[in-house]
Design a protein around this ligand. Structure first.
Ligand SMILES: Cc1ncc(COP(=O)(O)O)c(C=O)c1O
Length: 452
């Protein structure tokens, strides 16, 4: 079957499955009517929006979630990659309950927060760490630290990477083909209205997996560039792996120009290995940012790294926040990292992830649809393109129609997935092999339907 015929079939499937999904979710439709009166798009964050309305969740337990209509799903959305511990994990619940009983907030540092800082330093090989409430704040603070340490203003980021919603990094996150600029010298394109026009001069963009292009930018503007902030594995365009040697050479190039290398491990941190991508790929950056799975489901972020850089906080670089290191979040994070996400847990997650990706790849190969499955620890994705992705521009070549058909298809068969083709699955320690097989069965039927 030709790719055109598969695409046409995908469009029919998307229409039919979307209608079936809407028929099964009238309570979500009603809640949307209520929610949209008091919140734009009817959601708390624009990433949660969906057309014509989002699926509203009632509760979660273990690997499962239930929507407000009572439909049950196995959760592969994982709160955008946060819930590696699974829902309501007894050890995390116990830690939060204890914290709730003994005081939820002091804005004075508690021993739990100190213990969590120690655990983060141990796991991620940081000299020092500081807390935030989100990944956005973590990247914002790491950038300020780099700017303070270098007395330079320019931030260099990778095309197609998302690092949160502060102005400095809201450039070239999902630029359209007409606004991308050249392949080796991408334009800085704002993602949002409301970013000062002037901000563009302080954010430059380079392509992923291209040391030559990076070296060119650094040669030309290195003396102005405070930091390169990057995801060591791109995880907001499916999954794009760093090519062998790439991260090592990036580190060398940054060091050569006195540019602080920041790894944004908000997604990869506690998911792809106990010590995140830095451990998995054996490259230690100057600073790292964490959030999502690191907090075990609570609102927790952190940034840390080289002692001389972190020490800038004692020498004039400001870092504040009423809720930083909040005892509830710290308790959840500490329980998650020390009691749940143990070395055995990573082995289990890695095994399930491999089974899932191999199962999906088998279905892809048998049907011949243009797609590829990738797994990395508890994270994984199917990208609708035959060749592996190496950068953002490859991602733009993915077949969106196939993704748009897959999303309602999977939901209608009990697989809760993220809205958006840039996302990926997250498996938790509470997922079972049966959960993984449910996903594989639903996806296999999808592939067969595309070529039927
Ligand atoms: C790589 C990366 N960095 C930073 C962020 C921002 O984190 P938060 O949503 O907690 O502000 C995200 C969120 O998806 C992310 O994927």
């Amino acid at each position: 079957m030709t790719d055109e015929a598969i695409t046409a079939r995908a469009r029919e499937i998307a229409e039919r499955e979307t209608k079936a999904l809407l028929d099964r979710t009238p309570a979500s439709a009603r809640l949307y009517d209520r929610a949209a009166r008091v919140m734009p798009f009817g959601v708390a964050s624009s990433f949660q929006a969906n057309d014509p309305y989002p699926i509203y969740i009632r509760e979660g337990k273990g690997s499962g979630v239930w929507d407000v209509d009572g439909n049950e799903y196995v959760d592969f959305h994982g709160g955008f990659g946060t819930m590696a511990v699974g829902h309501a994990h007894p050890k995390v619940v116990k830690a939060i309950e204890r914290a709730a009983r003994t005081g939820t907030h002091f804005a004075a540092t508690t021993e739990t927060t100190v213990a969590l800082a120690e655990e983060l330093c141990r796991r991620f090989r940081l000299d020092q760490v500081r807390f935030t409430n989100s990944g956005t704040e973590a990247t914002m603070e790491a950038i300020r630290l780099a700017r303070g340490a270098t007395a330079r203003d320019v931030v260099l980021k990778i095309e197609g990477s998302y690092h949160g919603h502060h102005d400095a990094v809201m450039f070239s996150v999902v630029p359209g083909a007409d606004a991308m600029g050249g392949r080796e010298t991408p334009a800085s394109t704002p993602l949002s209205k409301g970013i000062p026009a002037d901000a563009v001069k302080n954010t430059m963009v380079a392509p992923f997996n291209d040391v030559g292009a990076l070296a060119g930018v650094l040669e030309e503007r290195g003396q102005d560039i405070a930091c390169l902030i990057m995801e060591p594995i791109m995880m907001n365009v499916g999954i794009v792996l760093p090519q062998p040697g790439y991260l090592e050479r990036v580190k060398e190039a940054c060091a050569q120009h006195g540019v602080v290398l920041i790894f944004d491990e908000v997604k990869s941190g506690a998911t792809v290995a106990p010590g995140g991508a830095a451990e998995r790929f054996g490259v230690q950056p100057d600073l790292s940012c964490f959030a999502k799975a690191t907090g075990g489901g609570a609102a927790l972020g952190a940034f840390g790294g080289r002692g001389d850089l972190m020490d800038q906080i004692t020498k004039g670089v400001a870092h504040m926040g009423t809720f930083n290191g909040n005892p509830l979040s710290a308790a959840a994070g500490l329980a998650a990292l020390t009691e749940v996400l143990t070395p055995d847990a990573y082995e289990y997650l890695g095994k399930l992830g491999t089974v899932l990706a191999e199962g999906c790849q088998r279905a892809i190969d048998d049907s011949g649809i243009p797609a590829r499955a990738v797994a990395l620890g508890c994270k994984g994705a199917v990208s609708y393109r035959r060749e592996p992705l190496t950068n953002y521009r490859d991602f733009l070549e993915c077949n969106v129609a196939l993704y748009e058909a897959s999303w309602p298809w999977l939901l209608n068969r009990g697989v809760f997935m993220t809205p958006g083709d840039e996302e990926q699955w997250t498996i938790s320690v509470q997922h079972s092999e049966a959960d993984i097989n449910l996903y594989i069965a639903a996806f296999t039927e999808f592939c067969q339907a595309l070529v039927a």
